[in-house]
Design a protein around this ligand. Structure first.
Ligand SMILES: [Zn+2]
Length: 140
């Protein structure tokens, strides 16, 4: 389980935990929706079928829904902020986190399908694999 959480939140390949899922850092906001076609380290495909990440939208929706509720309830009821101030703070927080959350949802969805393979990670570490450099896919 810790292995899955590491892969999900570090945005690493679910199979080898070495290659990145995305070509740019989440908080750089450059090419926010570009994703590698496959793992640059082990070659694991990141797009196993057309429309694969449709399910990631539901993870994103459910997670962000509860997050937004939690933030507004915390600011309004616990800290006593006005409703307007609470929602303004929420909008600012979400504006900063939305790219990261989009990526975490995709990473979580990919981790539902693929698991860590220690033999693949060992092969990556020893340099036995010869993987062609991935191209990027711009998702919307
Ligand atoms: Zn990999």
């Amino acid at each position: 389980m810790a292995s899955k959480l590491y892969s999900i939140f570090s945005l690493k390949c679910p199979t080898c935990h070495r290659g990145d899922l995305f070509p740019t850092p989440s908080f750089s906001f450059r090419q926010p929706f570009a994703q590698y076609t496959h793992c640059p380290a082990c070659g694991q495909r990141y797009f196993p079928e057309p429309g694969f990440y449709y399910g990631a939208m539901f993870i994103s929706y459910i997670g962000s829904g509860f997050f937004c509720l939690g933030v507004v309830m915390l600011l309004h009821w616990v800290f006593g902020w006005s409703m307007i101030a609470s929602f303004a703070a929420l909008v600012a927080i979400v504006a900063v986190l939305f790219v990261w959350w989009f990526r975490v949802a995709r990473s979580a969805y990919l981790n539902l399908v693929y698991g860590f393979k220690p033999d693949v990670a060992a092969a990556v570490d020893s340099g036995q694999l010869n993987v062609t450099p991935p191209t990027t896919v711009k998702s919307t």
